[in-house]
Design a protein around this ligand. Structure first.
Ligand SMILES: Cc1cc2nc3c(=O)[nH]c(=O)nc-3n(C[C@H](O)[C@H](O)[C@H](O)COP(=O)(O)O)c2cc1C
Length: 334
């Protein structure tokens, strides 16, 4: 008999403005990962909200081709959070109007934590943390022009000597933001070093708006610990969701019942093919396929051979053949 999943007991439902958050875990916005099919999958498995990959608002105002794929979502994904990034507050505000008029997301979030070079070099992402006046202009401006909740996602600060998450959190709250997410590392720490749960706890104690904790959640135990130590309102999960989207249903890696695994993965591939088209869908799915196949007793060579098949029909046939063999599925508690 399968173990019943445990969802963090410290969680209490809460609201971000007028949007109810009924579940404790949220899929993180991830460029190249959190597309509509993956968001739908994780939402159905229990993620509370659907954050888009970050949307470059420069692309929106210049009517670039390509960004719209980031905005498409299934109604079943709602509540949907559009995450925007820019270094120029007025352009970001202009783009937010265009996006809201066309797509009607439930929440608008602004990325103030991205550490990727091409984003910070142009003054966006975590670079905004070094410019509090821009943060004021962005939050104040967005709150004034939109009736939906406005949120921000930040890091602790630029580096160990310039941690200003409390100042930024206070700005966000004072200018009307409805929630804040903290990836509890500095920009300089990128993805290294343990996350700083004490600082996350301090932010939560200092604000009245909801605080979402983020960073290094790999298991239900990690999530419980973040809730218990920091008293944060919800936990955002990024990288671990790419190999274990079932974490949103309360399953740790290698504890996912085979029937649930099979149904979810089948649906994931099918919706990728539908969303991106068969060829691109299979190519984009490869990064997930590799992680899904690693849950089977298969050699690295076999996995590489399977995921590099170019023809979409042959790829699907091989993939389903491999995941169809329950006897090779590595579920450690059986
Ligand atoms: C591949 C990848 C893409 C990411 N893209 C975004 C993004 O578009 N917007 C954002 O706010 N954060 C982005 N992040 C950061 C995550 O949202 C999250 O803050 C970070 O991965 C820490 O959480 P984790 O330890 O659970 O992965 C990205 C992270 C990864 C690994």
């Amino acid at each position: 008999m399968d173990r019943l999943p445990l969802i963090s007991p410290a969680f209490q439902p809460f609201s971000i403005g007028n949007t109810n958050v009924e579940k404790p875990y949220i899929l993180a916005p991830m460029d190249g990962i959190s597309d509509s099919p993956f968001r739908l999958l994780t939402r159905e498995l229990g993620s509370a909200l659907s954050y888009t990959e970050f949307i470059n608002t420069m692309d929106v105002v210049s009517h670039s081709v390509g960004y719209e794929k980031r905005c498409v979502f299934f109604e079943a994904e709602r509540p949907v959070v559009f995450q925007l990034f820019d270094d120029d507050p007025s352009r970001l505000l202009k783009a937010s109007r265009i996006l809201y008029a066309r797509w009607k997301p439930d929440i608008i979030d602004v990325n103030m934590g991205c550490s990727v070079r091409h984003v910070v070099n142009r003054g966006a992402g975590a670079e905004l943390l070094r410019h509090p006046q821009k943060i004021i202009d962005i939050v104040d401006g967005l709150v004034k022009i939109h009736s939906i909740p406005i949120t921000i996602k930040i890091r602790l600060g630029w580096d160990a000597l310039s941690k200003n998450f409390l100042e930024v959190g206070k700005i966000a709250q004072d200018y009307g933001a409805s929630a804040i997410t903290l990836h509890a590392r500095t920009k300089e720490q990128c993805f290294t070093d343990p996350v700083d749960l004490e600082s996350l706890a301090l932010l939560k104690q200092s604000l009245q708006i909801p605080v979402i904790g983020n960073g290094n959640i790999k298991s239900i135990k990690d999530a419980n610990q973040m809730f218990e130590i920091t008293k944060c309102d919800a936990v955002m999960i990024g990288r671990a969701a790419t190999w274990n989207p079932w974490i949103f249903s309360g399953y740790d890696e290698n504890q996912v019942p085979y029937p649930l695994f099979f149904v979810s993965v089948k649906k994931h591939l099918e919706s990728m093919k539908q969303f991106h088209g068969p060829e691109k869908g299979c190519i984009v799915f490869r990064k997930f396929a590799k992680k899904y196949l690693q849950k089977f007793f298969l050699t690295t060579e076999k996995i590489t051979e399977a995921i590099t098949i170019e023809d979409p029909d042959q790829f699907s046939e091989m993939f389903f053949h491999l995941i169809g063999n329950k006897n090779l599925y590595l579920k450690h508690d059986e």
